[in-house]
Design a protein around this ligand. Sequence first.
Ligand code: FES
Length: 396
Amino acid sequence: MSETPKNPSPADLDRMTDAELVRLGTQLDEVDIRFRENRWPDGVTSRSEKRAARVVTIWFALSAVLALAFAVVYIAWPWEYRGQGEDGYWLYMLYTPLLGLTIGLSILFLGFGAVQFTKKFIPEEISVQTRHDGPSEEIDRRTIVAGLNDSWKTSTLGRRKVMGGFLGASVALIGLSAILPLGGMIKNPWRRGELNIAGDGTLHTTGWTLASDTRPDGLPAEKVYLGRDTGKVYPDGHPPAGEGRLERIHVEDLSAGGLESVFPLPASALGDFEEHMHSIHGVRNSVMLIRFRPADAARVIKRKGQENFNYGDLYAYSKICTHLACPTSLYEQQTHRFLCPCHQSQFDALEYAKPIFGPAARALPQLPIAVDSEGYLVANGDFIEPVGPAFWERRS
Ligand code: FES
């Protein structure tokens, strides 16, 4: 090997071999390699080397298989909710544990393989380096690249095709597993499903749309009560027959100054616990029902086109913030403001819930309400504008 020049010119660098560049790099970095030895002798493949290669390959292979299993479980496992006692309950219950188990073991086995590979195949080396400051120069970059090339060659990974293949597959599949769950968030917001207690899947509808005279499914309007959540739960998940979670609100139920969260409760679903839970979980369903004190009700400013949406001093506003859809669940009774806790938007309840502070730019939509012959509060139609944040096709 020729003597390594102390201050090589670009022409010298071009002439130098990788080994010479590595040596130059260590000198320039003031690295003192005290000890360096390949794990296995060059040119001879012993049985113990083969055994070591096999063990590492198996770890990488197991990691790749489990990453693949994660993808298969994520895509194909029956994940739809099943209640206790229903067919498919245990398969449903296994979905999340299986996702965690497969991706967790995949990463663990990849780690085992990497540790074993480093211990069995990367040359043993003891180096001492003094640290220094400053940016990297051309010479440093060249020597670093040479060092990486040297690591690749001496690691022997280049000639261990099967092991390298499984390592690559494992890393690629684990990367895929990280991206794959994003697929569940991609959804066509205009794909119209059946209109039910949570809307029809598009951004224009909610469970209250069932009360609309112009329903998108063409069916006649249903009677939809304002339903109060009683919070009932049953330890075995099975409510007695006819036992609902939502209950109707009588016009006398709410005292002056009071506020209640309500959800759509179709007359056809009274006492249907499961439907009530779907109503509560409907992302655009929740509404704040508020009863102003007489003095406050006299100061209310109504929005044009919504003059008959209230029933006396009772008003119903969507709870979904028009900024980014957080629940505007805080009500300041003295100032009559709804406050959204996410980014502090405030809405004036006395003036059609128009925004008066924060990033929200539109009023909270108002639900038209009425009282039926028995004195229960019902929706008097649907919202006249979409609930929640802006979207491209929105006109209001
Ligand atoms: S979501 Fe309500 S202020 Fe941002």
